[in-house]
Design a protein around this ligand. Structure first.
Ligand SMILES: [Zn+2]
Ligand SMILES: [Zn+2]
Length: 274
């Protein structure tokens, strides 16, 4: 049993315009607490992020790093307020925090210089590169298939005393040649799967497209997020549980599959011999 209390906290398990606008499920992104709280990362803080932090009693001032995959509103909208919320106080005496985001977003002017100046570090990322975040934490960016906007998946590489550990975030993407080989060998796969069954959507994955990919990647733990209106809506209800059952039946017991829920804590190291 590990003495490291690291966890993934799902603020928002949804994505797409319906959930971004209704907040039926949140689009607040994901928190990663790493190395017993040494780093608190906030990935893709979309609409709802700041209220989610309050509701789930997560201290925004402990956030050290903000990660952005791409500049669609359901991922990026709350970046300015998260930058303000992680400052020591509201006098902003010293720059604080690190933003890791695609070059295209950083150069677009969408985030103005007022917010950029509040940050201590900005790391501008491109596809298929490696970046050292700290001495024990590096990332690799991986390509996606999600339209013209620059969009990266992230593979976090964490140097625990026992061994290196990899957590992957696919971002929004459809399948593309080489998708599975990018993620082979990761310990935890956090995958954006927008739609149920075989409901195709350009630039995204549905459950039946994802199943063979997951089998091939074969991580020990897979967490699904970024559910869209066809997964959860007021008319046909919440289809996440039956879709997770379908995936589990198809991939077998060697892969633990979790359907993300708002406010869910996943102490991911407990699934591993660490
Ligand atoms: Zn999205
Ligand atoms: Zn998107």
């Amino acid at each position: 049993m590990t003495s490291i209390s690291d966890e993934i906290i799902i603020l928002g398990s949804a994505g797409g315009r319906f959930h971004a606008a209704t907040q039926l499920r949140s689009t607040g992104g994901i928190i990663l607490k790493l190395f017993n709280g040494k780093y608190q990362c906030h990935l893709d803080p979309g609409p709802g992020a700041i209220r989610d932090l309050r509701d789930y009693k997560i201290n925004s001032r402990l956030t050290t790093h903000i990660f952005l995959t791409h500049a669609h509103t359901d991922h990026s909208m709350s970046i300015p307020i998260i930058i303000e919320a992680l400052q020591k106080d509201f006098a902003y005496h010293e720059p604080r925090g690190c933003l890791i985001a695609p070059t295209e977003y950083l150069e677009s002017g969408e985030l103005n210089s007022y917010y950029k100046n509040l940050l201590q570090t900005i790391i501008s990322v491109n596809n298929s590169n490696e970046y050292l975040i700290t001495e024990d934490f590096s990332i690799k960016t991986v390509p996606t298939n999600h339209g013209k906007l620059q969009n990266v998946g992230f593979i976090f590489s964490l140097k625990y005393p026992q061994r290196d550990f990899k957590i992957a975030f696919t971002s929004d993407t459809a399948n593309f040649p080489g998708y599975t080989s990018l993620y082979r060998g990761v310990d935890v796969l956090v995958a954006n799967v927008l739609r149920p069954d075989n409901s195709f959507c350009r630039g995204h994955l549905c459950v039946e497209e994802f199943i063979p990919l997951l089998k091939e990647i074969s991580p020990k733990l897979c967490i699904l997020i970024h559910f869209g209106a066809q997964m959860i809506n007021p008319i046909s209800g919440d289809r996440v549980d039956d879709q997770i059952k379908k995936i589990k039946k198809a991939v077998g017991p060697a892969i633990q599959v979790i359907g993300g829920k708002d406010g869910m804590h996943v102490p991911f190291l407990e699934y591993f011999e660490i």
